[in-house]
Design a protein around this ligand. Structure first.
Ligand code: GLU
Length: 306
């Protein structure tokens, strides 16, 4: 008994050290965040004389001189903020930049704001941000509150567990297990609805869930595979992604619900960036570093205005 307790304490301590390490990645003096150097990222040509007078959001941004974009700051390969420089990087960030360039505003001027999963709709509704790019699944419920350009990527729900975990291989193994996800996210809602015997734990962000996994507070973290791969890659000896994706999560660019002109302009811009190769270049320089080759982007869903 005593040995088990001692061993568990030692493990918890090791995990705590590891958590601190993960958290400090990217701060000066700590291991650098793995990722492309700024000069390896594609440059997006800014459209000259672009006009979108039907879009209130665009007109406001044009007057201001730059877009204000909502994003995530703790999702490796997708949306990550360097605590030392305040700079955001990742595939979502590249999508945000190429959209700004296509809409005639220099992406260098974008002001990024970190917005958690549960706060995205409100941020778009009250004009805090012009558009949102941060692993944001398009679905009918959300379409009642906001609009979506895209999709620009197709993810699927997965599970992240500790390396020594043998019991959890898929969502069917979650009965009685502590499972962590972000409040207001589709993966959280899916576990609640389809796997009610799991004990759900919610935080604002997935990085807090990962800390809880490393310190044995929870048994699994669930969200999109694209997000989980990034956390596993930071500490491959400690964490692993298991099983097959068990949902479809088409990522959209969130816009204010009433601004159909902006939504359609983003659809056009995306189609053009997929065609001219910028989408693939951006993928290869960010999410592609996880080792997953660039897929075909999903078909753009230009749904009618209502
Ligand atoms: N794509 C899912 C969602 O929009 C999970 C990722 C996230 O929370 O951003 O809810």
């Amino acid at each position: 008994m005593r040995t088990t307790t001692a061993r568990r304490a030692a493990r918890t301590l090791a995990a705590l050290v590891l958590t601190a390490l993960v958290a400090s990645c990217g701060k000066s003096g700590s291991p650098p965040v793995k990722g492309p150097k700024p000069e390896q990222l594609p440059k997006y040509q800014v459209a000259q004389d672009f006009q979108l007078p039907q879009s209130g959001t665009w007109k406001k941004a044009k007057r201001r001189g730059h877009f204000v974009v909502g994003a995530k700051e703790d999702q490796p390969y997708l949306g990550e903020k360097d605590p030392a420089t305040g700079k955001y990087s990742g595939f979502d960030i590249e999508i945000a930049k190429m959209m700004s360039a296509s809409l005639g505003l220099d992406p260098k001027g974008i002001q990024f704001k970190t917005i958690a999963s549960a706060n995205r709709e409100t941020a778009l509704q009250n004009g805090q941000i012009d558009y949102y790019v941060g692993t944001y699944t398009i679905n009918d419920n959300r379409k009642k509150l906001v609009g979506f350009g895209g999709p620009y990527y197709m993810a699927g729900q997965g599970l992240l567990v500790r390396h020594d975990e043998d019991d959890i291989k898929g969502p069917q193994d979650l009965d009685g297990k502590r499972v962590c996800s972000a409040a207001g996210s589709t993966p959280y809602q899916r576990i609640q609805k389809d796997y009610p015997k799991a004990t759900l734990v919610a935080y604002d962000t997935y990085s807090v869930c990962v800390d809880n996994l490393l310190t044995y507070q929870v048994d699994a973290v669930t969200t999109d595979d694209a997000i989980l791969i990034g956390y596993a890659a930071k500490v491959p000896d400690e964490l692993k992604v298991v099983g097959k994706p068990f949902s479809e999560e088409p990522y959209g660019i969130g816009v204010p619900r009433s601004d159909n002109a902006l939504r359609f302009a983003l659809d056009d811009a995306l189609a053009a960036r997929e065609k001219d190769g910028d989408w693939k270049k951006a993928y290869d320089a960010t999410l592609g570093l996880s080792g997953v080759p660039a897929p075909q982007p999903p078909a753009i869903d230009r749904y009618p205005a209502s």
